[in-house]
Ligand binder design. Structure first.
Ligand code: ADP
Ligand code: ADP
Ligand code: ZN
Ligand code: ZN
Length: 941
């Protein structure tokens, strides 16, 4: 077994006894949470353990609801008494005995931050360190001269003199006459005279006026050319001269209100200032707050730190970034009426030699600036819209304007979100906004290459180390394609989880228990290795890692595997196998059978040709897409593949799905940029079957969602007893008054609101959690009351209602997608993302619609075991056989190999992706050497 070779300082410092305690395994005895059947498990410490099993078998109940929950309780216990007072209110997991649990960290797929300003940079602390770095070693560059703004001291003045002037060079130490704030020359000179500063030097002629002897003629004194003379000296690099110069310069700074100049005899005048200024502008000295867009001091005033202001949307004005300006890139100018603006621009462009025959996307910043803001005779796109605005009394002008309204880059901070003067500060020639817009991969190269002087190393070495460390971990978890300024609320669950993972690695906590939920989600098989290595290094620095996972590579890499099953729900909850990977292969466990190849998802013998019709997206160029044309065959099962960040969601969700929805009138958001979508007429409706919850209400459940409950209520209302009592189907609903328990309004539970923490739910005392009134519960259908029915699993209900086709038809699809274990009344809020997705799928399968529907799935295998995937494929085939079309974004090879057609996007993530690498049947893709997907397909076909 691989042993820890990276020892952290803490672990080597710990004493012998603690060492032994640290080696004790985690022991769980008699776990009964949810469906777990009083199980015992042992988890070796400082090892990587994978918990696997079919969906719903009880993996999360063991890993999260039992082990992690206890770790968290123990953690709270170790905190202050203030925190501990809440401890007894935390649910204790239903388990007899647990030992060896250390403080636990759960890394789940939920986005942890709902702050709309949070970015990848802020949530990883990288931005905080970068702010510190800029404050410590940033060079403020004056926008006027492009020269560095510095604060001078006697020390820096002498340093410069000694470095740059030759021995014996004669010079004057001076300071300017300060006439700001309404001071009068005569009065100022009188004050100086009193202090004994009686000589003035004309820096042009080097004539000296002595105020104590010469006749004072104010007309002859000009503050622009006359300076107050403090001393006359010559460069001589010895201590005595040095201290005399220092005294004089200090005097000059003091009397000159922070300013001092050195005039070389017969040479130039060098200006110095104790203030932070240059070119007549005073600058703010960099502080970390100045670079924070999350506080009013640092945020740009115009956009309040959002980087965008409402106005004109660039993408609406320039719908196709591949067009050239002459070729009509600017949509509003492309009409006879406003063609004048285009001609104006072309005239300016000819004079300024701006390119008008290159695609918009390749234009340099300056050309874009002139195009938008105007110059000379040309009003600019912004000016054009101002003209439009001035004619708002005309309806068609208002309509025209509204067509282009949206968000645009903030004109003041140029979208960089921070106050303008913060952008004068540079590190390695870039300002903080330019650093933020880099991808993590580029940022890593930038900071790795950054060279520090000895002084900078001293004040910022540690900060740079922290930045480099964090970037390195983010690259390792496969997120090199994300930009630091990417908003965290636009990340996928898998991406967020990998960010948390990188954060944990960076925090280098040891002796902890990490619990992860399917970390491979969203990762292409190509990147699995890297992720596995990270989990191993987390283990090697002295942590226990527990991963709920289905991925074969991950299971293979585990030191220890726990297989929960054999099936789902009440048919699961047992430990089928616990031990090494090799042991698993030879065990009777279902997972072992698949992994050893004794059981497998077969490669289809034939690929469907599809209906011959197709839908084609042309010129897709949102985010990283490189203006691609993609044809999606209909009447087939199409899989869109590619590494994480390659552009799959942008193409499928933001562009294709959004366009169809917009066509159907149900899309309000932005549609990914494209030149057109052909074949829309072949699609009558679309459904996105994703992992979002099917309802936030505890009242929604599989029975109500599939509408099977309607038939069930009719049955109860139709019983003789019911008729005698005059009950209608409504009496058997827990959503409306009548039959339901009013104490809990049919919830079965009562919520107690708690201060400082989540609400506590208690079983309703009135109905004992049955949700209905006693009289209603007396009505029985074949010996069961309505509450008994809601407690049944879907599988049991199918047996029970065997003679009722209308109910069976609704429930059978749940069974078919592998959800037979769900209880009819199980609240939708307790379903996992994968379960919710399959409940939706079941609903569509039960529909007998003849409209041609295009179904979209986004990683439907999340949370699924081989066995579940096999069932899921059955459902996809069912949809296609009914005449519908299916488009799936997927990384799972069992799904990919079963597709009729593959569209492989890439080759890499982010900027290096966005192209169509290959299209074809799985066999054809396997033959494409450049396709990462192809390489992996080859092994499974
Ligand atoms: P897995 O993680 O293996 O997919 P879970 O541990 O989530 O399975 O679920 C095991 C069983 O417990 C399933 O039947 C599931 O429906 C049920 N279950 C999960 N969460 C809850 C809950 N909060 N309340 C009641 N039952 C639950
Ligand atoms: P995939 O689905 O293949 O993982 P995406 O389509 O999500 O890839 O992402 C493609 C590229 O577009 C990536 O570089 C990603 O960072 C970027 N991207 C995706 N969504 C956004 C967004 N909302 N804002 C900015 N960039 C985005
Ligand atoms: Zn701004
Ligand atoms: Zn009640």
């Amino acid at each position: 077994m691989p042993d820890s070779n990276i020892k952290s300082p803490e672990s080597s410092a710990s004493n012998g006894a603690a060492q032994i305690a640290a080696e004790r395994p985690i022991i769980v005895k008699g776990a009964c949470v949810h469906n777990l059947k009083n199980i015992d498990v042992t988890i070796p410490r400082n090892r990587l353990t994978v918990v696997t099993g079919v969906s719903g078998s009880g993996k999360s109940s063991l890993a999260f609801d039992t082990i992690y929950a206890e770790g968290q309780r123990r953690y709270v216990e170790s905190l202050s008494s203030y925190a501990r007072q809440f401890l007894e209110r935390m649910d204790k997991p239903d388990v007899d005995f647990m030992q060896g649990i250390s403080p636990a960290m759960a890394i789940q797929q939920k986005t942890t931050s709902s702050n709309p300003r949070s970015t990848v940079g802020t949530s990883t602390e990288i931005y905080d360190y970068v702010r510190l770095l800029f404050a410590r070693i940033g060079k403020t560059i004056s926008p006027v001269s492009g020269k560095q703004v510095q604060k001078d001291t006697a020390e820096t003045v002498i340093h410069e003199l000694f470095e740059e002037q030759e021995e014996k060079t004669r010079f004057y130490v001076l300071f300017p006459i300060d006439l700001r704030e309404g001071r009068k020359l005569g009065e100022e000179l009188a004050v100086l005279k009193e202090k004994g500063l009686v000589r003035l030097l004309n820096i042009e002629t080097e004539d000296i006026i002595d105020l104590s002897t010469d006749e004072l003629n104010l007309k002859k004194i000009n503050p622009d050319t006359h300076r107050v003379l403090v001393d006359r000296l010559a460069v001589k690099k010895d201590d005595e001269t040095r201290s005399r110069i220092a005294d004089s310069v200090e005097t000059a700074f003091r009397e000159g209100h922070g300013r001092c100049t050195i005039k070389l005899r017969g040479g130039e005048e060098l200006r110095y200032s104790e203030r932070f200024e240059r070119d007549g502008m005073e600058f703010l000295e960099p502080t970390p707050q100045m670079f924070s867009f999350n506080n009013p001091f640092g945020a740009c005033d115009t956009c309040e730190g959002f980087g965008r202001v409402s106005g004109i949307d660039e993408d609406l004005v320039i719908p196709d970034h591949d067009k050239t300006i002459r070729g009509g890139a600017v949509a509003p100018f492309d009409s006879p009426k406003f063609n004048k603006y285009l001609r104006d621009f072309i005239r300016v462009a000819a004079r300024e030699q701006l390119p008008i025959d290159v695609p918009y996307k390749d234009l340099d910043k300056e050309t874009r600036r002139i195009l938008w803001n105007g110059k000379d005779g040309y009003a600019g796109i912004h000016g054009f819209f101002e003209d439009v605005k001035s004619q708002f009394y005309k309806v068609h002008m208002r309509v025209l304007y509204s067509r282009y309204r949206g968000y645009s880059r903030c004109p003041d901070c140029e979208g960089y979100r921070v106050r303008k003067d913060a952008l004068y500060v540079k590190v390695g020639d870039l300002h903080i906004g330019e650093v933020s817009e880099m991808t993590i991969g580029h940022a890593r190269d930038f900071f790795d290459d950054l060279k520090l002087s000895d002084f900078e190393q001293e004040v910022a070495g540690q900060i740079l180390y922290e930045i480099r460390k964090r970037l390195k971990y983010l690259v390792e978890v496969g997120l090199d394609y994300l930009t630091l300024d990417r908003l965290t609320n636009t990340l996928s669950g898998g991406e967020s989880q990998r960010i948390s993972l990188a954060n944990s690695l960076g925090s280098s906590l040891i002796g902890s228990l990490y619990v992860l939920d399917e970390p491979t989600i969203g990762l292409h098989p190509r990147d699995n290795d890297r992720l596995i290595n990270i989990l191993k290094s987390l283990r090697d620095i002295g942590n226990t890692v527990l991963v709920v996972e289905h991925d074969p590579e991950m299971i293979k890499a585990a030191d220890n595997v726990i297989d929960i099953g054999p099936f789902a729900g009440r048919y699961g909850g047992e430990v089928v196998f616990s031990g090494s990977y090799d042991g698993l292969l030879n065990s009777k466990s279902l997972t072992g059978k698949y992994l050893s190849g004794r059981k497998e998802i077969e490669v289809p013998k034939k690929r469907r040709k599809g209906s011959g019709k197709s839908i084609t997206v042309t010129g897709a160029s949102e985010h990283n897409l490189k203006s691609i044309d993609v044809e999606f065959p209909l009447g087939a099962m199409v899989c869109v593949t590619g590494v994480s960040g390659s552009g799959k969601s942008t193409l499928v969700h933001d562009t294709l799905y959004a366009t169809i929805q917009k066509e159907l009138g149900t899309w309000k958001e932005k549609v990914g940029r494209n030149r057109g979508v052909k074949g829309l007429k072949y699609v009558e409706s679309v459904e996105m079957v994703d992992q979002s919850p099917i309802g936030r209400s505890t009242r929604s459940n599989p029975a109500t969602y599939t509408k099977a409950f309607d038939g069930i209520r009719d049955l109860f209302a139709g019983t003789r007893q019911s008729k005698i009592m005059g009950y209608s189907p409504g009496h058997f609903s827990f959503n409306v008054p009548g039959g339901r328990c009013e104490a809990c309004q049919g919830e079965g539970i009562q919520k107690i609101e708690m201060q400082f923490m989540a609400d506590i739910e208690l079983v309703c005392e009135e109905c004992g959690g049955t949700r209905f009134r006693k009289e209603i519960l007396q009505i029985k259908y074949r010996g069961k009351n309505i509450h008994d029915v809601l407690e049944m699993s879907v599988s049991d209900a199918i047996d029970f209602f065997t003679d009722e086709p209308s109910i069976i038809n609704k429930l059978q699809p749940l069974e078919d997608v592998g959800l037979g274990y769900l209880r009819l009344g199980q609240s939708a809020t307790t379903l996992s993302g994968g379960e919710a997705q399959r409940v939706k799928l079941a609903k569509f399968l039960s529909k007998t619609n003849t409209d041609h529907t295009l179904y979209f799935f986004d990683e439907p295998t999340t949370g699924l075991h081989f066995e579940d995937i096999s069932k899921l494929l059955g459902s996809f085939n069912e949809l296609v056989n009914q005449g519908h079309s299916v488009i799936i974004i997927e990384h799972n090879l069992d799904i990919i190999k079963s597709a009729d057609w593959i569209i492989d996007i890439g080759p890499e993530g982010g900027f290096g992706g966005g192209q169509v690498v290959a299209t074809g049947t799985p066999e054809e893709i396997a033959g494409v050497a450049e396709s990462h997907t192809g390489r992996f397909l080859k092994d499974v076909l």
